[in-house]
Design a protein around this ligand. Structure first.
Ligand code: DX5
Ligand code: ZN
Length: 219
């Protein structure tokens, strides 16, 4: 199996201690930091924006894996790039022109991700797969941490993995939402190589972050 990366979502961290929480994640072997940005419009919840990312940037060298759940997204891309994002992921429904948003992120020398909601099909982004770095497959309806994994998305992960192999493409397949020690195996064998997790990493095993990251990676 390919190398598995773990991207802990700071949505489940203690927001009053964010820089310490990120240090703990780094020490525990996280590969990147998943930052969930919500606008109360594209999704029914509000979180953080560029100023918080900017102030966290000086506390870690880990890549910031920034998941934008905001609409319209295009006009904010530059702010997120300048704040110190490394991977910028958007939802296709949140832009008027998918191609232009991809090109803008690339022009800012950032990695491009596109996220698929549970009800969004692969066909919508198929023609862009050779241009992007990552597909973020949502295994919950975006908006909140702590929701239950939707097993029907396993088929979508397999479908993406098939296209990837057939066309010899190199995009990462990242899965986000409700990942736990049971479904992580299925997600990996379907073809995912990056797992996002908030609740499992911060809350399981009495909050033993290292144990939880290791178990998600190798379990
Ligand atoms: C949901 C977010 C996820 C979520 C992951 O909208 O994109 O990143 O917070 O958290 P858990 O692992 O708790 O589902
Ligand atoms: Zn996310």
């Amino acid at each position: 199996m390919q190398k598995i990366k773990i991207s802990p979502s700071i949505l489940s961290a203690d927001f009053s201690q964010l820089s310490n929480e990120i240090k703990k994640l780094e020490e525990a072997g996280a590969d990147m930091i998943h930052v969930d940005v919500m606008d109360g419009h594209f999704v029914p919840n509000l979180t953080i924006g560029p100023p918080v990312i900017k102030s966290l940037r000086q506390h870690t060298n880990l890549p910031f894996d920034v998941h934008l759940m905001i609409s319209p997204v295009h006009k904010y891309i530059k702010n997120f790039a300048e704040a110190g994002s490394d991977i910028i992921t958007f939802h296709p429904e949140a832009t008027e022109n998918i191609n232009e948003t991809i090109n803008l992120i690339k022009s800012l020398n950032k990695k491009v991700g596109i996220s698929l909601n549970p009800n969004t099909s692969v066909s919508i982004i198929e023609k862009f797969l050779d241009k992007i770095n990552l597909v973020l497959v949502m295994s919950v309806h975006p908006g909140f941490g702590g929701q239950e994994f939707m097993p029907e998305v396993l088929k979508k992960i397999e479908e993406l993995n098939e296209i990837k192999n057939k066309k010899k493409l190199s995009f990462d397949i990242e899965v986000d939402g409700g990942i736990n020690f049971e479904n992580s195996k299925k997600v990996k064998s379907a073809g995912a190589n990056i797992l996002v997790s908030g609740t499992t990493i911060f809350k399981d095993n009495n909050g033993n972050i290292k144990k939880n990251i290791d178990a998600l990676r190798t379990g």
